[in-house]
Design a protein around this ligand. Structure first.
Ligand code: ADP
Ligand code: GLC
Length: 485
């Protein structure tokens, strides 16, 4: 089966969050099961610089905002990928520094509508083998709003591959204005509430939902949640009406990258049968990074870690509100890595200045430190208000670092609260709170800290998390059945 994967980021070339991880590891899992994959990415400056030898597959002229735009399509092999990469090289749209979606001051690039409309037009053309390469996709699988128009362009073609659209996060709708719609000369029959129109403008995410043959999202619980007003961002009615083609397939994790027994970023390795000596050495290295010298007291005290985008979704405000109380009542330490909204960054840095020996904050993006936090912390904090799937809690389970999570989306599908019953049936692997409040979060952290003080209980919770296999095998099977339906 030939599958054209279309996405706006892919680890290790360009990654802003979990989407990049999935766009790397899912196609590899599919390729391992015999699928013939091409992964199409925009030619951002940072990405082009990482490519070795490239072959020009051809040029496609498509409609942009001010007339026609010429895109060069490149093919390259990259040592990190077992299949060829295709790259849309269009310098006016993608050859610029920094983040794929926002400029240096965190504002959306003003021409995002054009950038991703052009990318989607090229993707749809390649899905139809417009360059005559003799590679005719059976399936075009696109991800998130940046590629939502792919299914819409394909829907207008008489003979075409099946289109699959995956929602990784409904909070990002790819909303643009009516004048963008006109300037980009998008087909006028799309402009209706049954098409892409959304509150006077249009939504690229909605286009994917409306026009794809199959829509998926990244956990079964999130698939249900997005059909309700609470989680639906105004698209719940549409999603409810499309339930016949909507499936929730849980993400996996790439166990060749996220595995405490082999992780190249860790000073010490460990596995479920012998956790402590290795984990302790990682904790020491993690603390040393912030403290210089690490005494026994710091090593013994529970260390709570967090890695993530510092946005409201991730419950950062709950953490900020709960920390002063937790610092006063307990001996816990906190290590937090992330970047995002300036206000959260500033507040976290202020807290770290106030408690230099107990709160460690690193603002920025640091892959190696993310691995060390997963391994060196005792408890992982992920109190997201909503979480389509979440990879970090699965990494923390695999690393023997039980997570504290709110019962939502993929967190609800992967984390089982620790209590008498779940300890007895050996399913307890973390700490779950089900009321969206600061107090409920703080209470769950206190329960985790209490369990940490009971070594036998703690080891069982850790081992249950480490034993659960979250690799891609099963989920890749679900995608393959969906492709062939
Ligand atoms: P989301 O996609 O909503 O950001 P996920 O939990 O699915 O959340 O995935 C987040 C991914 O991004 C993980 O691989 C995590 O390690 C990584 N990540 C997030 N922020 C950072 C950061 N500041 N430094 C390093 N890695 C990060
Ligand atoms: C999104 C979601 C996250 C999910 C990731 C990969 O960024 O916020 O929950 O794990 O995509 O699917």
């Amino acid at each position: 089966m030939k599958i054209l994967f279309v996405a706006s980021e892919a680890f290790p070339l360009v990654k802003t969050g979990g989407l990049g991880d999935v766009v790397y590891s899912l196609p590899h899992a599919l390729a391992a099961r015999g699928a013939d994959i091409r992964l199409l990415l925009p030619g951002y400056r940072a990405l082009l610089r990482q490519l070795g030898e490239v072959r020009i597959l051809g040029w496609l002229d498509v409609r942009g905002a001010e007339g026609m735009v010429s895109a060069r399509v490149l093919e390259t092999r990259h040592p990190g990928f077992t299949f060829p990469l295709w790259v849309v090289d269009c310098p006016p749209l993608f050859d610029r520094p920094g983040n794929p979606y926002v400029n240096a001051s965190g504002q959306d690039w003003p021409d995002n509508a054009e950038r991703f409309a052009v990318f989607a037009r090229v993707a749809a053309q390649l899905g139809l083998d417009a360059l005559g390469l003799g590679w005719q996709a059976d399936v075009a699988h696109a991800h998130d709003w940046q590629t939502g128009l792919v299914a819409a362009f394909l829907a207008d073609a008489p003979i075409r591959p099946k289109s699959v659209f995956t929602i990784h996060n409904l909070a990002y709708g790819g909303y643009f204005s009516h004048s963008d719609f006109v300037r980009l000369q998008l087909p006028s029959h799309w402009w209706s509430p049954e098409g892409v129109e959304f509150h006077g403008g249009f939504s690229m995410l909605k286009a994917g939902i409306v026009y794809a043959d199959a829509v998926t999202t990244v956990s079964p619980t999130y698939a249900r949640e997005i059909c309700t007003p609470e989680y639906g961002y105004g698209l719940d009615g549409l999603l409810l009406s499309r339930q016949y083609k909507l499936t929730g397939i849980l993400n996996g994790i790439d166990t060749s990258i996220w595995n405490p027994a082999t992780d190249a970023h860790l000073p010490a390795h460990y596995s479920a049968s012998r956790i402590n000596p290795g984990k302790r050495r990682n904790k020491q290295a993690l603390l040393a990074r912030f403290l210089g010298s690490v005494d026994d007291e710091a090593l013994r005290a529970p260390l709570c870690g967090l890695v993530g985008r510092l946005v409201e979704q991730k419950g950062i405000d709950w953490i900020l509100a709960a920390l002063p109380g937790l610092l006063a009542e307990t001996d816990a330490r906190f290590v937090l890595l992330g970047s995002g909204q300036a206000i959260f960054e500033q507040k976290l840095l202020r807290l770290a200045r106030q408690h230099p020996d107990r709160v460690f904050v690193e603002i920025g993006y640091d892959e190696a430190l993310a691995h060390l936090i997963e391994a060196g912390s005792d408890i992982f904090l992920m109190p997201s208000r909503f979480e389509p799937c979440g990879l970090n809690q699965m990494y923390s389970l695999a690393y023997g670092t039980p997570p504290v999570v709110y019962k939502t989306g993929g967190l609800a599908d992967t984390v089982v609260d620790t209590n008498e019953a779940t300890l007895a049936d050996a399913t307890a692997n973390g700490f779950v709170f089900d009321t969206p409040t600061v107090d409920a979060f703080a209470e769950a952290v206190r329960r985790a800290l209490a369990a940490y003080r009971q070594p036998a209980v703690w080891r069982r919770v850790q081992q249950t998390g480490m034993a659960r296999v979250f690799d891609w095998n099963e989920s890749a099977g679900h995608y393959l059945s969906l492709y062939s339906m």
